[in-house]
Ligand binder design. Structure first.
Ligand SMILES: [Zn+2]
Ligand SMILES: [Zn+2]
Length: 498
């Protein structure tokens, strides 16, 4: 019979837990200090080795970064990107086992302006980050998000790819080794902080832009697009070919579900894959995608990786405030009871491919104006999207809106413009009457912009109170694309088929 008071229970427990189970699974000698998941226990030394190895293995396996290439690390100060910075530092250190062979730089985008932070708070965060960046010895750029308002429209055009083929990896490696390695990896000390140049007016404009969106879901979506534009622009200006992002697999799993929820099914693979070439010349790489948030937190704690907390739109808000936040909470809660959730979801992303990745979509202007993915909105007549568009169009006709929302081409035709009225400015073919001069940007109405966006971005813009609030570079590019398609329509009978 079972007797609670009997003492042999303690002896049994000790027998059940032999000292072997407390030891590291790799070296099987030292007592483990980290347990990533059941059965995965490591000692300090082995955990560090495995962590470093995974980073180099991800980069090595995919061969996305070529020896001697300039790579811009996007560091937000959060645990994941701070850990990424540490991995690059470790990989470049002289005593590294398998050395990394690229030239890193760091970029931090200060989004305080969009989050109603005071200049003092922003300055404090920047100072802390600057200390970390200076200690790394890499060149760094601290760019306020306000600068997105001054971007040129070329940011949202796809530049011809300068990506080398995998076969040339070996050649560039040999070339790199032949050159003096030491001089190659000493980056020019170029620290660039445009933080003090922020003007109050620009901050107001940025806030106005963000506040134009009614829901937090749309606000987060536009903010991530603007951030991406600024990253790509800085990379292009400073001569970087690759952009390294700190997305870990926990975040990518949530991102996959968010993408699907936001109608970005066609873009999921680009949003979550190891490398993303939607901008053509600048390739985004996600080397942290094999690490879980828990693993990174352990590493940062054990090896004293400094990180700086800066709030975002999700800070201190309710669980259901935005689709992004809700999905993240959902994934994290599910992960507690089912430890394979994150890996299962994010591994799925590796298997996803879009059919529209062929050469038919390589037209540089055939891209979404905001997210730069291939347009998925030109569907066949029998699609659900077409049906929605038709019913929207019909309801507008009934309310008589259709008349006032005549497309610009129809307006131009009715006016019967002559060539004398055309502005002589470069890249400007529109009549002076219609838009004044090329220096003044005519704001396209919302239907104009909508046709240049993918399905998901259309939903984001629909949430906006006025399209006029969009940054000038986006409106300017919309204008340019519309003029081109108008011109194409006019001469379509004389063009040879592709
Ligand atoms: Zn060990
Ligand atoms: Zn889009």
């Amino acid at each position: 019979m079972c007797q609670v008071t009997e003492t042999y229970h303690d002896d049994m427990k000790q027998d059940e837990l032999p000292s072997e189970s407390k030891k590291c699974v790799k070296c099987k000698e030292v007592i483990a200090v980290v347990a990533i998941k059941a059965g995965d226990k490591y000692c300090r030394g082995c955990f560090e080795l495995c962590f470093h190895h995974k980073f180099r293995a991800t980069l090595g396996k995919n061969r996305v970064i070529f020896p001697g290439e300039k790579v811009l690390l996007a560091v937000s100060g959060g645990p994941s990107s701070s850990s990424m910075l540490r991995q690059v530092q470790e990989g470049l250190s002289p005593n590294a086992h398998k050395k990394l062979r690229f030239m890193p730089g760091i970029i931090y985008i200060d989004e305080g302006g969009a989050l109603d932070q005071s200049l003092h708070e922003r300055q404090q965060t920047v100072t802390k980050l600057e200390d970390i960046f200076k200690a790394s010895g890499f060149p760094y750029y601290i760019v306020p998000l306000e600068q997105v308002l001054d971007l040129p429209s070329s940011v949202i055009t796809m530049s011809p790819s300068s990506q080398q083929k995998a076969s040339s990896y070996k050649a560039s490696l040999d070339d790199f080794i032949r050159k003096d390695t030491c001089s190659q990896l000493t980056p020019e000390q170029k620290n660039y902080t445009s933080f003090h140049l922020v003007q109050e007016l620009q901050t107001q404009q940025l806030r106005q832009l963000i506040n134009c969106f009614k829901t937090l879901t749309a606000k987060e979506d536009i903010l991530s697009n603007l951030r991406q534009h600024l990253l790509v622009h800085t990379a292009r200006c400073e001569g970087y070919n690759k952009l390294m992002l700190g997305d870990n697999c926990t975040r990518l799993a949530a991102k996959l579900l968010v993408s699907v929820s936001l109608g970005r099914g066609a873009q999921v693979s680009q949003d979550t894959n190891i490398s993303d070439s939607r901008y053509g010349d600048i390739i985004s790489v996600r080397p942290m995608r094999d690490y879980s948030a828990k693993e990174i937190a352990f590493y940062n704690h054990i090896f004293n990786v400094p990180s700086v907390f800066s709030p975002n739109l999700n800070t201190k808000i309710k669980e259901k405030a935005s689709i992004q936040h809700l999905t993240e909470t959902f994934i994290n809660k599910l992960q507690v009871d089912f430890p394979c959730t994150v890996s299962t979801v994010y591994r799925t992303s590796e298997k996803l491919q879009t059919t529209c990745m062929s050469s038919s979509c390589t037209n540089t202007r055939d891209r979404c104006l905001l997210c730069m993915c291939s347009l998925d909105s030109s569907q066949e007549n029998a699609s659900a999207l077409k049906a929605t568009q038709i019913s929207k169009c019909l309801s507008q006709t009934q309310t008589g809106v259709a008349n006032s929302a005549l497309s610009p081409i129809q307006n131009t035709e009715s006016k019967g413009t002559t060539t004398e009225n055309f502005c002589k400015g470069e890249h400007c073919e529109t009549s002076v009457e219609e838009r004044g001069c090329c220096s003044v940007i005519r704001v396209p109405n919302s239907t104009d912009v909508t046709s240049l966006l993918c399905y998901s971005c259309q939903l984001t813009i629909k949430d906006m109170s006025s399209v006029d609030c969009l940054p000038q570079y986006i409106l300017l590019e919309a204008e340019i694309r519309q003029r081109r398609s108008r011109m194409r329509d006019e001469i379509t009978d004389f063009l040879l088929d592709d």
